[in-house]
Design a protein around this ligand. Structure first.
Ligand code: ARG
Length: 563
């Protein structure tokens, strides 16, 4: 039994059945300040029934309760505050971490149920945008969090590789394209072609018509159309894969929208059979009035399918293939409406599992306060930005620790980790400004700051030749360790909270606070001083390093041993 349960039980006893243990447990809070103890019971809700003020009730309760399991129990205003035994808690938390190591915080809540994660999903022939980076790192971290909670995650890259725009692009390629030029610099050149043809199509309906015709050919399996399209896809993927390699992200399925091109008639027929498809100006739509949404356009006048048609087929396929318990879509907030429509159409079609689908939106990234756009040529050269982050990290290592072995490798871990961490520490619905200097800094709330705390601990442990395999009985006479222990104890609940909210920032903030607490400890205490508590201190900071590393891992960030 843990302290919180002890507290609930003894309160319930003292209340003589007014509330049962479970009811008390649910009321328990964490005191606002560390000086107020570890568990607080607010007495407000009892005032009416007991005809006493909450302050009096708290006072009575504090006197009545047996303190056996606690250091002390005190009334403070309308609260009863419980102070857990620091000695017992410290010993329990640290030995738990030393025994479990990186599986500390793992919980079997998912019973291996499948969670599909739709993530990254850049569009071929277009630059990999900062939005796709967010989706990639958020998806990766959410996958790590759910695995940690005992789910089986399936990371899917739903590449944007189908749609009318590729018909237009083929039109442009026929008119202006040069194979060698494109091969040398695929995304840039294809983007140029696309921007050009898009502008022309706006002026000249014949161009638009030609694009439409090419896409229809693609949908009908025309060999020439598919050959050119496939080539666009191949050259784009070479570039995207370079970015995934840099980020160290892999996928379980790389199935783009085109994968569903032969699975869309089935969903359209299904909707039709259920009487949901209506004609509207020649196109086929599903009415979503009762959801307060615009009608979902399923097929255009010429029979061409749309983004949502492909997503409908995708959702059905994923349910059939993976029988998911959760189906997650990590896609920018500008698509909130799209996912509402998607779920509503499936719901209308009687697919109750659509309730298990969750869109996980995120906010926009700016640079120098301005929004990015890929269409107008303000391309975020994401790969260049990643390279620059690594370059900056290397610069700092050269300044601070020029003899570091494996400098290049560490610079990579620090540079990429810095960009990833900065992205993930932001509440996902908020945007942030892409500022490499701030991201790669060793000061402030950054990835390198957390990595550095971890590496510093490793270096102390090396100096002391600390061996985690040797069982240590920790004991502290002072209180400096307490803040660290309390924070370490919170790790499992933190992971759960982050996963429930699909919010890796919860873990990133946790890691920052832990690193800060360690740095304060390090400033206050002489860890390597040869006294009776030296081994306890080493064991404590070892536990901190295990948790820092695991928190970073959950974020998809590596923790170098030395930097
Ligand atoms: N390719 C789309 C884009 O870049 C994102 C796709 C997200 N996934 C999905 N199943 N719709 O906007």
């Amino acid at each position: 039994m843990n302290e919180k349960q002890f507290a609930a039980e003894s309160l319930a006893n003292a209340l003589n059945g007014l509330l049962n243990t479970e009811q008390v447990f649910d009321l328990l809070e964490k005191p606002k300040k560390i000086e107020l103890g570890d568990i607080a019971f607010p007495a407000f809700s009892l005032a009416k029934e007991l005809h006493k003020s909450p302050v009096e009730i708290a006072k009575d309760l504090a006197e009545k309760i047996d303190t056996a399991n606690f250091d002390k129990i005190e009334a403070a205003g309308p609260y009863v505050n419980f102070f857990v035994s620091k000695t017992d808690t410290t010993a329990a938390v640290i030995s738990d971490i030393v025994n479990k190591k990186d599986s500390f915080g793992s919980q079997d809540l998912g019973h291996n149920g499948n969670v599909t994660i739709d993530m990254s999903a850049p569009n071929i022939a277009k630059p990999f945008s900062i939005g796709h980076l967010r989706s990639t790192v958020l998806g990766e971290s959410i996958s790590n969090l759910y695995k940690k909670l005992g789910y089986n995650t399936i990371k899917i890259n739903h590449l944007g590789d189908w749609g009318k725009q590729f018909g237009l692009l083929i039109t442009a390629y026929e008119k202006y394209g040069d194979e060698a030029v494109i091969t040398a610099n695929p995304i840039d050149e294809l983007l140029k072609l696309y921007v050009k043809i898009n502008a022309e199509a706006k002026e000249d309906p014949a161009i638009d018509e030609a694009g439409r015709a090419w896409f229809l050919k693609m949908e009908q399996g025309d060999e020439e159309a598919l050959r050119i399209w496939k080539w666009f896809s191949d050259v784009s993927l070479i570039e995207f894969n370079r970015i995934y390699d840099k980020l160290g992200v892999t996928f379980d399925f790389f199935t783009g929208e085109s994968f569903y091109s032969d699975k869309m008639d089935a969903i359209a027929d299904d909707l039709d059979k259920k009487g949901l498809l209506h004609e509207s100006r020649g196109a086929l739509v599903v009415n979503l009035d009762k959801y307060n949404l615009n009608p979902a356009l399923i097929k255009k006048t010429d029979g061409a399918t749309l983004y949502i048609t492909r997503d409908l087929a995708t959702a059905v396929y994923r349910k059939k293939t993976f029988d998911f318990v959760k189906s997650l879509y990590v896609v920018g907030a500008e698509q909130i409406n799209h996912f509402k429509q998607l779920k509503a159409v499936l719901k209308e079609a009687g697919y109750d599992w659509s309730d298990d689908m969750t869109h996980i939106p995120f906010g926009m990234v700016t640079q120098g306060g301005k929004k990015f756009s890929t269409r107008e040529g303000h391309v975020v050269k994401l790969e260049m930005a990643l390279d620059e982050a690594v370059e900056r990290a290397l610069q700092m290592i050269n300044d601070k620790n020029p003899d570091l072995p494996n400098k290049e490798k560490v610079a990579h871990q620090v540079g990429i980790g810095a960009v990833t961490f900065y992205d993930l520490k932001t509440d996902r619905m908020n945007g942030y400004d892409f500022d490499l200097e701030e991201m790669v800094s060793f000061e402030g709330e950054t990835g390198p700051y957390v990595q550095y705390a971890h590496a510093r601990i490793q270096s102390i442990l090396r100096k002391a030749a600390f061996d985690p395999a040797v069982e240590q009985l920790v004991h502290f006479s002072g209180n400096e360790h307490w803040e660290l222990v309390k924070h370490l104890q919170e790790f499992p609940a933190t992971i759960k909270r982050a996963a429930d909210k699909f919010e890796p920032s919860v873990v990133a903030k946790y890691a920052i606070v832990l690193a800060q607490a360690f740095n304060r400890y390090y400033a206050q205490v002489r860890i390597l001083e040869d006294d009776a508590e030296k081994d306890s201190r080493l064991t404590l900071i070892y536990a901190v390093s295990v948790v820092l590393k695991e928190a970073l891992r959950l974020l998809g960030v590596q923790a170098p041993e030395e930097m």
